[in-house]
Design a protein around this ligand. Sequence first.
Ligand SMILES: [Zn+2]
Length: 285
Amino acid sequence: MAERFFLIDCGEGTQLQLRRYKLRMGKINHIFISHLHGDHYFGLIGLISSFHLQNRKNDLHIYGPSDVEKIIQVQLDAAKTQLGFQLHFHPVDASEPQIILSERRVEVTAIPMRHSIACTGFIFREKPKDRHILPEKMKEYQVPVYDIYKIKKGEDWVSETGFTVKNEELTAPPTESLSYAFCADTAYAQRTAIFTKGVDVLYHESTFLQTEKALADKTRHSTAIQAAKVALAAQPRLLLIGHYSVRYEDDKLFEDEAKTTFENTVAVHEGMTIIASADDITIKE
Ligand SMILES: [Zn+2]
C-alpha cells in the first residue's frame, strides 16, 4: 500500500507503544477513533500534546464521534494551549457506511458496529491501480509518451493515422489493490460480513470465548467463534482477532476456537506486523 501512517484508536498506552516499536509518530496525519469508550481514545490528548511539544507543523486529521472535538477542545482550552499545527475534526456518523477519506491512492470507509454506544469500524482500500505498460508494444506502435497516461488508465490507443489498438494489447493488468477492515468493539452482526466482503485482511474483535457468550451478548462484544463466523461469510484472506478480555491468560485459546470455524485466523498481540501483498500475507513478531 502507498506509504501512509494511519492510527486506528488511541488508548492510553498508544504513545508508549509507538515509541517502543520505533514507529514514526510524526508521520501520523490521520487518526481514526472508533468510539468513546476510554480504552479507545484516552491517549489522544497525550499524543496531541506530544506533537505540540515536538513542534509539529503538519495538519492532523481526526475522524470519529462528534464529541471527540468537544472533549479535546476543552482539554486544550483548560491548559490555554495554542497548538502549532492545525487540527481538523471529521465527525463520523455511526448509523450507515460512508466514505470518510478519499485520497489519490486510498479510500477509507466507516461502517457501523453493534456496540453499547455509537461505534464504527473502518475499511481501508487501495484505489484501483494503473495498468502496466508493455514497453515492447510502445516501441512496436511508436506510441508517443504523451499518450501513455491514458493507456495506463485503460483507454485504447488511436494512432495519428487513425488505427486503433486495444488496451489489452498494450498493457498488462494492474497490481491488485489491497484492503483492510478494522471491526472495532462490536457484538456479532451479520451485516459486518456484508460490509467487509472480500477484504484481504479482516480484523474483528474477539473479547470472549464461546463459553462466555451470554456475557458477550450483554456487553455487546463478540466471541472468537462469532468473529470467525463473520470471516466465514466475508471470506477475507486472513482473519485477525484481538481485544481479549483480561480474564483469559492465553491468546492461543481464541485462535484455536476461531480456527474451528475459519482456518486462516491469527490471534494478534502487541508489536505484531502484518505484511500483505497480492501474493501472500506474512506476519512478523
Ligand atoms: Zn467499547
